[in-house]
Design a protein around this ligand. Structure first.
Ligand code: CA
Length: 517
């Protein structure tokens, strides 16, 4: 492809070490089922042509797994290349220690211009970024307030309390536009790391006006397991707020009051159509803005030497098992989208099934920038896969842990292991004093309901090779006892390998003694 002379000159300065630019685009709660490049039933009614383009011109990872399926911990893992037990961000309320090393700091120290625009959600002031423009906490969908460096310093307040300035428009458009404006104004002599983090499509799903009616008259196809009653799953499961029929509380009060009388199947059916239309319309806005950013890269001659990464901070259930949230180790919530384009370094048209993870992002970015990961990082670079090769010693099993016992969604703390074929889950059910874990009523809608803190430990096991949708818990099936015994050993080995020992929690020893076998 012909490139203009001016671009060639500036690229030769940039690329003395051939360091590529890194454009990391992440949308909050955007899951693989809502990205057409991943296929699935929703593609009949909804497509993401621009996001798909990244994967089709590069590589699509089909098994990118999150270490802890919830916003703040995943974001901390992406920055540090560490599991929650190493970076200190276990749950939603945990602030990120800004003095800690992170991938932006390392790239910045090695000549990169660095910026983050959009959702931050780590409470402390961003560190390692030359420029930041970040939402207040979760942020709002329309006319969002974004905080930049000067604001924080001038007001002399903690970062969390600083106000920032209001921007007119839908948050997805504001964030997309600010990303392009930063690219235009950046120092062209330096390679860049730009993290563009959309707030959409996080709950409560408010699309931009132009997408509001895009699904009028359309019925969104329902997943097969939408009306699952959870009687075959662990005891906590039917009580979880993740369950779609209980979830109307998360929508605005008008919608809730009007429809709170709906019960059973009617309620689920109604909520599913309502949620999905709003969720997908938010995704449409993200896809459109991704298209604008890709167009800018093409026009400015940056496309060839820029690695474009598209992901979500975790997966999300879109009605599967009757759920509409994340947190759990089940596939829809565990799997992150990951599509990467890099014309100078990736053979296009690839699909890769290796078990990669958000813990590998930081080491991978450092690797493509020809830098070494720091010793404290738990992840490994998957850049060798860009040329179609998965290293022989790549992980065969993935360790997962969700710490936020019960809390506002009623999901018990659990850890587990996922291999190419199996999944073993241990719902150990303890808060271990972590922030944001607390007592709750078994049934939040029943005043007489019992208050609980810990939940009874339980196991689940799925054979993904015959049951990819995780419908039948085979933990007690005699046929699988040998496999399960082996997986328990493997689980302990992987847990130890990443240094998650539980040594500091004596109550975990009790749980293991009583429930491991
Ligand atoms: Ca999220």
């Amino acid at each position: 492809m012909a490139i203009g002379i001016g671009v060639c000159l500036s690229m030769s300065i940039i690329a003395q070490k051939n360091q590529p630019n890194i454009l990391f685009i992440m949308a909050d709660d955007h899951t693989t089922q809502a990205i057409s490049a991943y296929g699935g039933p929703l593609t009949k009614v909804f497509q993401t042509p621009n996001i798909d383009r990244i994967g089709n011109e590069g590589i699509i990872f089909e098994n990118c797994l999150v270490t802890n399926s919830i916003c703040t911990p995943s974001r901390a893992t992406i920055l540090t290349g560490q599991y929650s037990h190493h970076n200190g961000v276990y749950t939603l309320p945990d602030p990120f220690d800004r003095n800690r090393n992170n991938v932006a700091k390392m790239l910045q120290a090695n000549g990169y211009s660095t910026a983050i625009i959009g959702k931050w959600h780590l409470k402390s002031e961003p560190s390692g970024f030359d420029h930041y423009s970040v939402l207040n906490g979760q942020g709002v969908y329309n006319n969002p307030t974004l905080k930049v460096k000067g604001v924080w310093e001038q007001e002399g307040k903690t970062f969390e309390k600083a106000r920032g300035s209001r921007n007119k428009g839908h948050s997805t458009d504001v964030i997309g536009m600010q990303a392009i404006n930063w690219l235009k104004a950046r120092d062209e002599d330096e390679p860049f790391l730009l993290m563009c983090h959309f707030k959409a499509p996080h709950r409560n799903w408010v699309p931009a006006e132009r997408f509001e009616n895009m699904f009028d008259g359309i019925t969104i196809p329902e997943p097969e397991s939408l009306y699952e009653d959870h009687s075959e799953r662990s005891q906590w499961s039917p009580h979880s707020y993740n369950t779609i029929r209980k979830d109307l509380k998360f929508l605005d009060i008008g919608i809730r009051k009007k429809n709170d009388t709906l019960q059973g199947r009617d309620r689920v059916e109604y909520a599913y159509q309502l949620y999905m239309k709003r969720y997908l319309a938010c995704c449409a806005g993200v896809d459109e803005n991704v298209g604008k950013i890709l167009d800018y890269l093409d026009k400015s001659g940056l496309a060839e030497n820029t690695i474009v990464v598209y992901t979500g901070d975790q997966g999300f259930f879109l009605g599967e098992h009757g759920w509409f949230d994340k947190r759990l180790i089940y596939e829809e919530s565990l799997r992150m989208p990951l599509l990467i384009r890099y014309p100078n370094g990736i053979t296009p048209g690839q699909r890769n099934k290796s078990l990669v993870s958000n813990v590998d992002f930081a080491p991978t970015f450092l690797d493509v920038a020809e830098l070494k990961p720091s010793k404290e990082m738990d992840g490994k670079s998957f850049a060798p896969m860009f040329k179609g090769k998965t290293p022989g010693n790549w992980r065969k099993a993935f360790y997962y842990r969700y710490w936020m016992q019960l809390a506002d969604h009623g999901v018990p703390a659990h850890y587990g292991i996922r291999t190419d074929k199996y999944k073993l889950i241990f719902f150990y059910g303890k808060g271990l004093g972590k922030a944001g874990t607390y007592d709750r009523k078994i049934d939040p809608f029943n005043r007489e309901s019992e208050m609980i803190t810990n939940t009874t430990p339980e196991w689940e096991f799925y054979d993904l090779s015959v049951d990819p949708n995780e419908m039948v818990n085979k933990y007690n099936d005699p046929k699988y006892q040998k496999t399960i015994a082996k997986l328990k050993k493997q689980l302990l080995k992987e847990k130890k390998k990443v240094g998650d020992t539980d040594d500091q929690y004596p109550e975990m020893k009790e749980v293991i003694d009583n429930y491991w076998n």
